[in-house]
Design a protein around this ligand. Structure first.
Ligand SMILES: [Zn+2]
Length: 354
């Protein structure tokens, strides 16, 4: 065991470039709200959740618990044991089959698509990859020593970013065939492999890799227990890198603005992590926190909601003025939220206990 390494925690990053990428959220509020309502409809059809997603303690009104809050027709309960925030309905296979509809991907990609791909990778995913590599380097792991498997790799942005930074043995698995094709075409290399959901646990359980990443993935996995169990039992895996949505200021802003799109709680996010539930999960699989980076989109969410509300009540001119005053403050305001541990997202590297 030896001496305990001091935990590394860093906070915040600039959101300036991301606002441009996420401009859809501003312009398509009604459309996004409708999509989210459709996803809520799917969740409301499911059985009530009886066990906490993380610690399996009895949860919900039938277990005698009070509702923590309600938003967009959904009640949320705080687990009394691990602090995880669970929606009242279960995210089972039926829910997943109703909400995870694969996007339309064009058969032919243009040079413009490639440009957009690279911009998104460089703005959003290179910093995530760099955080991982810097942390591993401090633990004596060089790029050539890293063998990484990215689960739920999507369009391959993270794998692409980490390869871009010089890690050669980085691959991803993804359920959606069109996304795999898109990723491999954009990268001019087979960086992702298509896999079927029932095979993922066994792939993860036997992968000859020392790092597994789940970037914005754990919260969507219906059989989370099986996946975590597979990682725990695969002794090749020394580090897990994940990002998950947190119970945070964004949840409260959303609860207070019901005519605005709920990006954070609701939709495909049926449960939210807390510091306490992450610590519970980490310990349960025999890992410990190694490095953490916290930065949220809470203030951008608030900014968006105020803009949408101003538009909705006929104050488009005031919205313009508000934007010009508020946007320059955005990074600083979010930094305060991040430092107070109230950020909407967390990036964490956990390490297997020796
Ligand atoms: Zn719990």
């Amino acid at each position: 065991m030896g001496e305990r390494m001091a935990l590394k925690r860093k906070y915040s990053k600039s959101v300036g470039d991301i606002i441009k990428i996420k401009s859809d959220f501003f312009e398509k509020n009604e459309e996004m709200l409708k999509l989210s309502a459709h996803q809520a409809d799917a969740l409301l059809l499911q059985p009530k959740r009886t066990k906490c997603k993380i610690c399996h303690n009895p949860i919900g009104a039938d277990a005698g618990q009070k509702v923590l809050y309600r938003s967009q027709r959904m009640s949320y309960f705080e687990c009394p044991v691990c602090g995880h925030i669970n929606s009242e309905y279960e995210d089972n296979e039926d829910f997943a089959s109703r909400v995870y509809i694969s996007d339309d991907y064009l058969a032919n990609y243009s040079e413009d698509d490639r440009q957009k791909y690279e911009t998104r990778r460089d703005t959003i995913y290179i910093p995530k990859a760099r955080f991982l590599l810097d942390a591993l380097a401090e633990d004596g792991l060089q790029k050539k020593d890293i063998k990484l498997l990215d689960d739920g790799a999507g369009s391959g942005y993270f794998v692409s970013a980490i390869r871009q930074l010089g890690v050669e043995q980085a691959d991803g698995i993804e359920i959606s065939e069109p996304q795999v094709q898109f990723a491999n075409t954009m990268n001019g290399d087979d960086i992702l492999t298509q896999v079927d959901a029932p095979d993922i646990a066994s792939i993860i359980g036997t992968a000859k890799v020392n790092v597994i990443s789940f970037i914005g993935v754990l919260e969507h996995i219906t059989n989370l227990d099986d996946i975590l169990d597979a990682v725990m039992k695969n002794k090749n895996v020394e580090y897990i890198y994940f990002s998950v949505p947190m119970f945070s200021m964004s949840c409260i802003f959303e609860a207070a603005h019901q005519t605005c799109y709920n990006r954070h709680a609701g939709g495909t996010h049926t449960h939210l992590f807390t510091e306490k539930s992450i610590a519970y999960m980490t310990k349960a699989i025999g890992f410990e926190e190694y490095a953490t980076w916290k930065f949220g989109s809470d203030m951008m969410d608030l900014y968006r909601m105020i803009c949408v509300c101003l538009d909705q009540n006929g104050n488009a001119d005031l919205r313009e003025r508000f934007g010009s005053r508020f946007l320059p403050m955005l990074d600083e305001l979010q930094e305060v939220v991040d430092r107070h541990e109230d950020a909407s997202e967390i990036h964490m590297i956990i390490k297997r206990k020796s």
